[in-house]
Design a protein. Structure first.
Length: 487
């Protein structure tokens, strides 16, 4: 064979070897991509957490296979590494399944802690808990179930503590920061009462979280109030410090400003407004002025409606006179119309009489279509209960007198609560209180039980804001609806 033929054969063999090598590399690449997808799928199922050693071994084998492929190592070696990774992933899957069965409580505790952002709000506790959790999972992988359960119990305690700390941190963070800012600024020197109020609300919020970490409505409201009082204290301190440059009387200055704010707050509450003073009095005054303008417009509208009704009554009276003149005497139509007028006048007089019998703190009386509503704002129940005690006797006696004016009318007793607490609890409480009032009317006043229906609406029908104590007090009420129209 000539030299040129030999060279051609060698080149052909080299080319063939290169093609085979490229084909093998491509196959290994595909296998590694499939392995990477399997690793990510098991990572999403938390096998990295539930079987840390086996999962880590799988990742290490995958990375070694990648390195071998990049360095041009033998295909058999790459294939062997891939097989090792799959074997480790299978062990991780079995261990994770076992952990979910045997150690479900601690796994749930870890999920709750993560949801509460424990790594951010309780980093030290989270680190300790996570390490104890990891030890439990490693013992489970090794088949040492008693030790795994012991470590899991220890981890669960730490995780629940981390979760609670994190919930407190997330709910109370703003209030705590503002109070710390106020203390650093020595606010207590000028606004001690306001700063103390902030600390008290903060402490109450923390106690509520400690009592029930999963019902955060009340703690969030208390924390918001604490943050407001802290901002308020900062504002007052700045104002007082500035004022003291011009005048003295440190002790009386805060009390004076608070008295001004209290007067404005009472005025705002009567208009169903929740004003704030952490930016001074001007925003509150602006809100009050706007509400006064709106109420003046509403008053003008009501006055116009009254004039229209008076004109309608005058028109009906003239129609009566025309009917009487045309028919030459009293007609059935005239008598019916006259009765309607007399009934309307009697109803207005009765509503006015009822309204005057109650003080503004006891009840609000108004017409609602063809119904008369007595909204009992002054009825008192023990917190979270539906008992009507002797302190309500005077108020209920007035209710008896009011109902006596409509002896045959059906009555609906409606129970209402404020928005604190859970919706389901408020709904049950409102129904219990409505039932208690119905029973009181039947037992003490002899009202026919067939006339009365009771229903609880919970927090669904507020008449005032739930952001202030005054507003919440108005929402905690019993409405007696007297039905005068056809039913």
């Amino acid at each position: 064979m000539c030299h040129s033929s030999l060279r051609s054969l060698l080149c052909l063999l080299a080319l063939l070897a290169g093609c085979l090598g490229a084909s093998g590399a491509a196959s290994d690449n595909d296998a590694l991509q499939e392995l990477a997808a399997r690793i990510e799928a098991q990572r999403a199922e938390q096998h990295e957490v539930l079987a840390p050693k086996s999962f880590a071994a799988a990742v290490a084998a995958y990375e070694a296979a990648n390195r071998d492929l990049e360095r041009g190592r033998k295909a058999e070696r790459v294939t062997e590494r891939i097989a090792e990774a799959y074997a480790s992933l299978d062990r991780a899957a079995r261990a994770a399944t076992g952990a979910q069965t045997l150690l479900g409580n601690v796994i749930k505790a870890r999920s709750d802690a993560v949801l509460a952002q424990a790594p951010d709000f309780a980093p030290e506790l989270w680190t300790r808990a996570a390490e104890r959790f990891r030890q439990a999972m490693i013992e489970n992988e090794a088949g040492n179930i008693p030790m795994a359960q012991r470590r899991a119990a220890e981890a669960e305690v730490l995780l629940r503590e981390a979760e609670l700390t994190a919930i407190k941190g997330s709910v109370l963070a703003e209030a705590r920061a503002l109070i710390a800012q106020a203390e650093q600024a020595r606010v207590e020197r000028y606004a001690p009462r306001t700063l103390q109020a902030a600390k008290r609300y903060l402490a109450e919020a923390e106690q509520e979280i400690q009592r029930n970490r999963y019902d955060l409505v009340l703690p969030q409201n208390l924390a918001a109030q604490a943050a407001y009082e802290a901002r308020h204290a900062l504002y007052l301190a700045e104002l007082i410090a500035h004022t003291l440059k011009q005048r003295g009387e440190e002790a009386s200055l805060e009390a004076l400003i608070l008295s001004w704010e209290e007067a404005l707050a009472r005025m705002a509450s009567s208009m169903d407004l929740a004003v704030r003073f952490d930016e001074g009095m001007q925003p509150a005054m602006k809100e009050l002025a706007e509400r006064v303008r709106q109420q003046q417009q509403e008053l003008s509208r009501l006055r116009q409606e009254l004039r229209d009704q008076q004109e309608q009554i005058a028109g009906l009276t003239k129609e009566l006179e025309r009917l009487e003149a045309r028919l030459g005497g009293v007609s059935q139509e005239r008598l019916a119309l006259q009765r309607r007028l007399e009934e309307q006048e009697r109803l207005r007089a009765n509503v006015l009489m009822i309204e005057r019998s109650f003080t503004p703190d006891e009840a609000r009386v108004y017409r609602q279509g063809e119904d008369v509503v007595i909204s009992l704002l002054g009825i008192k129940f023990p917190s979270g209960r539906s008992t009507i005690d002797a302190s309500n006797s005077a108020l209920m006696a007035k209710v008896q007198q009011a109902l006596a004016l409509f002896p045959d009318a059906p009555i609906t007793v409606e129970g209402h609560t404020d928005a604190l607490g859970s919706e389901s609890t408020n709904l049950i409480l409102s129904q219990d209180r409505a039932d208690a009032v119905k029973q009181y009317l039947v037992t003490h006043f002899g009202v026919n039980p067939e006339r009365i229906t009771s229903i609880g609406y919970g927090e669904a029908r507020p008449v005032a804001t739930n952001e202030t104590a005054e507003g919440r007090a108005r929402n905690r009420r019993i409405d007696l609806v007297i039905h005068l129209g056809p039913r």
